[in-house]
Design a protein around this ligand. Structure first.
Ligand code: FES
Length: 319
């Protein structure tokens, strides 16, 4: 796994379009007129909405078009205010800071794909679906939401690919049966799933005995990880900075490192975005993030220092 150096830009909102009830499609172009960096399906960016208020959104435009980035933002009344800001305060011409792209939901080549979306979880899958279709792969999409009117891009997807796309709207009693959907998943198939926690947990449960890597999930919400392995303080040695710091139980490694004046990029601070990924040189990690796969966590090469902790008295980090 590589360490990501994220670029930052000023971007101008060039268009806002309602694409479903409570979902706004935001088009961004670089304020300096240059093009954005290339990105691959599954990537997300950070929007810096105001100082200290950053949110991650999956890119859902065409990766081949680097003149603009598009994101679709669901208005979440019970959220932390980021989506509310996008829906109420942004307008065409508004300039804001963007960072990225970053991709922890990598689209790999396969003969066949099963895409599973719950609600706004369709966003990282859109560019994957286009890529799978362009590659001539066999693919299907099962897309579930509370009503068809609330499901962004549902009509276009079904109109374009009626034989491949199934929409499940719960307000008319339609239910996505994951067990039936997964019954014919075989060695030639990759399954990409994004949506609310209960959908992802159900998918992981059904796929618990599949070969590693066959099911790929992306979480928008932090998973429940229970109590830390180690209740007491531990030390982190920062090899590049030459510092050794003590992390008490009530603080994160990220907080302690920041307090010591060491610069680390971070965004979500809840283990879902991957921005604070840090190489581990030695020591055993208590991985508490929602980004790394179980295999990546077992490799113990990197950790998300905003949430993950030490499972031993001392960690050595490449910071
Ligand atoms: S800041 Fe997002 S995973 Fe740590």
């Amino acid at each position: 796994m590589t360490v990501h150096v994220l670029e930052e830009f000023d971007a101008t909102v060039t268009e806002l379009a309602v694409v479903a009830s409570d979902v706004l499609l935001v088009t961004l172009e670089r304020a300096d007129g240059a093009v954005f960096p290339a990105w691959s399906p599954g990537a997300h960016i950070d929007l810096v909405l105001s100082p200290g208020v950053e949110r991650q959104y999956s890119l859902c435009s065409d990766p081949a078009d680097t003149s603009r980035w598009q994101i679709a933002v669901l208005r979440e009344a019970a959220g932390r205010g980021g989506s509310e800001f996008v829906h109420t305060a942004l307008s065409a011409g508004h300039t804001l800071r963007v960072r990225g792209p970053l991709n922890h939901f990598v689209f790999d080549e396969s003969e066949r794909y099963v895409f599973v979306a719950g609600g706004i979880g369709i966003t990282p899958l859109l560019s994957m679906i286009r890529a799978a279709d362009a590659a001539g792969a066999d693919w299907t999409l099962a897309y579930a939401g509370r009503s068809e009117g609330a499901m962004a891009f549902a009509r276009e997807l079904r109109a374009g690919h009626p034989e491949r796309v199934d929409i499940y709207a719960s307000d008319v009693g339609e239910r996505l049966a994951l067990d039936a959907l997964f019954a014919d998943v075989d060695d030639s198939t990759l399954v990409y799933c994004c949506g609310p926690t209960r959908l992802l947990d159900a998918a992981l449960e059904l796929a618990h005995d599949w070969p590693s890597g066959r099911l790929r999930v992306e979480r928008f919400e932090a998973r429940d990880v229970g109590a830390p392995v180690r209740e007491e303080s531990f030390e982190v040695e920062l090899e590049l900075s030459g510092l050794t710091l003590t992390v008490p139980p009530e603080k994160t490694i990220l907080e302690v490192v920041e307090e010591a004046g060491v610069l680390v990029l971070s965004s979500c601070r809840e283990g879902t975005c991957g921005t604070c990924e840090t190489p581990v040189l030695s020591g055993e990690v208590d991985h508490r993030d929602s980004v790394l796969t179980p295999e990546e966590q077992a490799d113990n090469e990197v950790m998300m220092i905003c949430v993950s902790r030490a499972a031993c008295p001392r960690l050595v980090l490449e910071l």
